[in-house]
Design a protein around this ligand. Sequence first.
Ligand SMILES: NC(=O)c1ccc[n+]([C@@H]2O[C@H](COP(=O)([O-])OP(=O)(O)OC[C@H]3O[C@@H](n4cnc5c(N)ncnc54)[C@H](O)[C@@H]3O)[C@@H](O)[C@H]2O)c1
Length: 403
Amino acid sequence: MEKELRLGVIGACGRGSLSDWAHKPENGVQVVAGADPYQLQRDGFVKRHQEKFNHTPNVYADYREMLEKEHLDGVFITCPDFMHEEVACYCLEHKTPVYLEKPIAISVEGADRILRTAKENRTRLMLGHNMRYMNFTRKMREIIQSGMIGEVKAIWCRHFVSYGGDAYFRDWHADTKNSCSLLLQKGAHDIDIIHWLAGAVTTRVNGIGSLSVYDKVPRRPLGDEHLYKDKLDITSFWSNDHWPAENLKDFYPTVDNEDLNMVNLQLANGVQACYLQCHFTPDGWRNYTVIGTKGRIENFGDDGAGTKIQVWTRRQDGFHPEGDVVYNMPPPGEGHGGADPVIIQNYVDMLRGNEVPTSTPQGARYAVAAGVLGAKSIRNGGMPFDIPALPEEIENYDFSLNQ
Ligand SMILES: NC(=O)c1ccc[n+]([C@@H]2O[C@H](COP(=O)([O-])OP(=O)(O)OC[C@H]3O[C@@H](n4cnc5c(N)ncnc54)[C@H](O)[C@@H]3O)[C@@H](O)[C@H]2O)c1
């Protein structure tokens, strides 16, 4: 008989709905409580559970009270980035296993503090890097590991964020005080995937970037920070009619995050990579190419319908659109192409001691470190910065074990 699990969620709406994938009383897992400082969000969480599961969870304004009263076997931390360090460290210090959304923190010091706190308190920690659970990234990694393209030398990722203005410039994300940079808020996913595909992390980064379009979009006045205070779901503000990008309006009062970011990454094993992110494109997806000594792979689509991966393995002059091998990805499932239910099952299995997660806290930290120092480079004339390595005892620690 598997252990019964009582779970809680901190940040009950927005990304908090991820926790719904875990609620399976028939498998002995229940999301019994949620914490959120906002009444509307607490009500929305209860309503969601009642409608989806015919179940009424307990709610708290203060996550510390929830921890004290509920004796949880694990929590999902899905509140905004600037709260991650404080909330994660508090939960870990109180011996509550943590599933923490990306980015792990908004500073390298914050990320390192979370890792240290998990180790010192011998409490399990998993990170929400769901891109490691997507079909196309897994397939790309499998192709690389099969040796088909030889030894990887270069990885280039172009990230087109059509919904960037709606998603990241109308609320807290727009202010660097809350998110540091969209290189880590959004790009932590891709930098982690670059590291995962290459088999090594970034040691040195530099870049250029700018606030090139969204500095001209009208903003709400100072004091009017909470556009979403009367809405449960911020995606209700997303619309393809908000186009072209300069026609957007009602931005957050403080906008100082770059809408264009381009960084070069030197990885520890010699692989060289770049990550290019733009928040005002007409289409929204990521395109990776990985170049090895015997070939090149590239994805078209990123787990939406029709996603495929092409491989070129012969030298030919000119453009060959089909490549030499094509892998068509299965139709997308729900929740980020089907990745969300799989990563959540991975967390449940980790809590029961049955599984080591594919997403790692060390990987999350190196992705944030490259993002933080990439942003520092962008803001300092493109100067390169070295990424500090983790101490060996943290680098080699298994955060999925109850040590
Ligand atoms: N892995 C993914 O695919 C993915 C997707 C979306 C968001 N995220 C991550 O999830 C997190 C939340 O993003 P979001 O867009 O849902 O944000 P959001 O602003 O919608 O907030 C999420 C929830 O946290 C609550 N909240 C706000 N302040 C809080 C506080 N101080 N303490 C506790 N709860 C608080 C909000 O009321 C809301 O219910 C971010 O870190 C983001 O990077 C990850």
